[in-house]
Ligand binder design. Structure first.
Ligand code: AMP
Ligand code: ZN
Length: 478
């Protein structure tokens, strides 16, 4: 029996007990990136939050099937069908084809996830490989009478959905055609949205497919409905994303999915992560004003410093980014590394006590750690228990190590793998920057450059090892 867990469901706006549709199995879908640019650290905050959720569910004993899409077609710079095509814009700016852009930024995204110790989803699916699934779903929506054609495109008619907008807590009549929804003359209602574009306003659109409505490409929202249902079924447990997705993307996903399935309630729990804010503005990929994980690395930070920074705020609170705050997170993490190294140094061949063998204070602190997570994933409060245990001088080392490793299954700070080199952030940043350059060379298939970087590291006494979870390095023992 999994441990009980309470979560804030955006649908209904309250903290409720989490009860999966089927026993202890959890189907979870998270909206993935649009791969026309590097992910910015705001996007990455959302992926860290989703990783904490997956890890909490697994620690609590649920069997999670995690699906994430990669949007490589159809997402315009405005979520409500207006603006430029994001992929085309990226391709033009980088002088590459849209396919090359998609491949390059998808790989870059996955290497960011690895660096942040974010567990890979069980299934990652590309929109361009699921066009037929989208067409099939649109046909069901059409057969159910929810569509109309106008100006060459196929639209979803929101007036047929009485509870349109339920995720926002407002009904359709209250939702005004506000700033975000620019009125398109082809639409009968400002909230209607495109399921299939045939009349592209982009002359150089090269990603086009045949469909019953003509040669064209899918709207962005249909991607997530089609792919999530393909891998998780017509009804599943959890759907996540950042809060910006509540009023348009997720609202439209619900409307079209429930239209296709004869109004069966689609997703049981909707979880949304609050934004990372930068100098009181939101960080937006399309505005060009954004920080990436590489830009933090170039300044000497370890990606795990950023992960630790994210752990300091509850996922439903906005988090303000500043270098001072990131510095504080880095010192906190290095303090942790130092204490872990001391614990291991003072106890050679330290074996962790298994969770069943934990007792006394180690067990009590693990219980308060779990209690904090059980209460809508209160990670900052869970960290308090984690720190209390690290600092405690009375807990027996095997007990302490066992409970800490159990907690790190959720925190993902990789305390098991800490090495003394961690305490030399400059060396670490320098090596990791070179490793990233080598990864980029490998992605470009420039193996000569990749080997050259490996040799350069070797000559500096750094041994590199390629493991299934990415490259690992250590200092050569003299
Ligand atoms: P996108 O690639 O634009 O679809 O965004 C990927 C994910 O990042 C989505 O779940 C967004 O909701 C989320 N997101 C976008 N901007 C931010 C931000 N500033 N802070 C946190 N999450 C964000
Ligand atoms: Zn989505």
């Amino acid at each position: 029996m999994p441990l009980p867990l309470r979560l804030y469901n955006t649908l209904g706006r309250e903290i409720v007990p989490f009860v999966p549709i089927e026993d202890d199995e959890v189907g979870l879908y998270t909206c993935g990136p649009t791969v026309y640019q590097y992910a910015h650290i705001g996007n990455l905050r959302t992926y860290v939050f989703e990783d904490l959720l997956v890890r909490t569910l697994r620690l609590f004993g649920y069997q999670v099937r995690h699906v994430m899409n990669v949007t490589d077609v159809g997402h315009l710079t405005d979520d409500a069908d207006q603006g430029e095509d994001k992929m085309l814009k990226g391709a033009r700016e980088q002088h590459k084809s849209v396919w090359e852009i998609a491949e390059f930024f998808r790989d870059a995204f996955f290497s960011d996830l690895k660096a942040l110790n974010i567990s890979m989803p069980d299934i990652t699916c590309r929109a361009t490989e699921h066009i037929q699934d989208m067409i099939d779903l649109i046909r069901r929506i059409e057969a159910a009478g929810f569509t109309y054609q106008s100006g060459g495109n196929l639209y979803f008619d929101v007036s047929k959905t009485p509870d349109y907008g339920k995720l926002t807590g407002q009904v359709r009549e209250e939702l005004k055609a506000g700033a975000r929804i620019t009125v398109d003359p082809n639409k009968r209602n400002p909230h209607d949205f495109v399921l299939w574009f045939t009349r592209s306003k982009f002359e150089h659109q090269s990603m086009l497919w045949d469909s019953p409505w003509g040669r064209g490409y899918p709207g962005w929202h249909i991607e997530c409905s089609a792919m999530s249902m393909k891998y998780l079924g017509e009804q599943f447990d959890i759907h996540c994303g950042g809060i910006d997705h509540i009023p348009v993307h997720h609202t439209n996903e619900i409307a079209q999915s429930e239209a296709a399935t004869g109004r069966k309630p689609w997703v049981k729990y909707w979880l949304h992560g609050e934004f990372l804010v930068l100098a009181k503005e939101k960080m937006a990929k399309s505005s060009g004003n954004f920080l990436t994980l590489s830009s933090l690395r170039e300044r000497g930070y370890d990606p795990l410093d950023y992960r630790y920074f994210c752990l300091g705020a509850h996922y439903r609170s906005p988090l303000q980014f500043s270098y001072e705050a990131l510095d504080a997170a880095r010192s906190g993490r290095l303090n942790l590394v130092e204490r872990v190294l001391r614990l291991k140094g003072e106890n050679p061949a330290l074996e962790p006590a298994t969770p069943q063998r934990l007792e006394g204070k180690a067990s009590a602190l693990l219980v308060s750690f779990n209690d904090a997570l059980a209460n809508d994933m209160n990670v900052p409060r869970a960290l308090v228990a984690f720190w209390e245990l690290i600092k405690d001088g009375t807990v027996e080392p095997q007990q302490k190590w066992g409970a800490l490793l159990e907690m790190d299954r959720v925190l993902g700070l990789d305390i098991c793998a800490v090495e003394p080199e961690e305490l030399d952030p400059e060396l670490k940043a320098r090596v990791e920057e070179l490793i990233e350059q080598r990864e980029q060379a490998r992605r470009r298939k420039d193996f000569a450059a990749a080997d050259e970087i490996r040799d350069r590291l070797r000559s500096q006494g750094i041994i590199l090892e390629d493991t299934p979870s990415g490259p690992r390095w250590k200092k050569e023992k003299l």
